[in-house]
Design a binder for this molecule. Structure first.
Ligand SMILES: [Zn+2]
Length: 143
């Protein structure tokens, strides 16, 4: 979208940089197209605009280099949050899997002794390695 001139008259300190975009390559302020990427700015009205770094710097009243630094920090924060969320999801999935395997093994080998590491008990009761037991579970359709 193009930004009306009225935006320029609002306080520059109320513009927020929200990161960068590779998908939008047209500056929403001057209309220049085929940019390598755009900055994602939030206007004082809470609207999102995409613009080139020069226009963004003019809007925010800061040097382009300073703005790019802020943009990078915003991008890094976002990436960090995404990485944490992915790790948490993976951990949850791994925990689920472990619980499912244990439950299944208990139904397969009810005679297994309670050992400090339950895997040892199942390995002993089945005469199979933990690796093989995992394979059995997978072959059973990961019930
Ligand atoms: Zn521009």
């Amino acid at each position: 979208m193009m930004v009306s001139k009225a935006y320029f008259e609002k306080g520059a300190d109320r513009w927020f940089i929200r990161g960068s975009s590779d998908e939008v390559t047209t500056c929403g302020i001057c209309g220049r197209s085929e940019l390598k990427g755009t900055m994602v700015l939030e206007t004082p009205d809470g609207e999102t605009i995409y613009c080139g770094s020069d226009c963004g710097a003019r809007l925010a009243g800061k040097p382009a280099a300073a703005l790019r630094k802020e943009q990078k920090a915003a991008d890094d924060r976002k990436k960090d949050e995404e990485r944490k969320a992915r790790a948490a999801a993976q951990a949850a999935a791994a925990g689920d899997e472990e619980a499912k395997i244990m439950f299944w093994l208990r139904s397969q080998y009810p005679q297994a002794k309670a050992t400090r590491d339950p895997r040892d008990g199942f390995a002993e009761a089945s005469g199979k390695s933990w690796f093989q037991l995992r394979k059995d579970w997978a072959a059973a359709g990961k019930p």
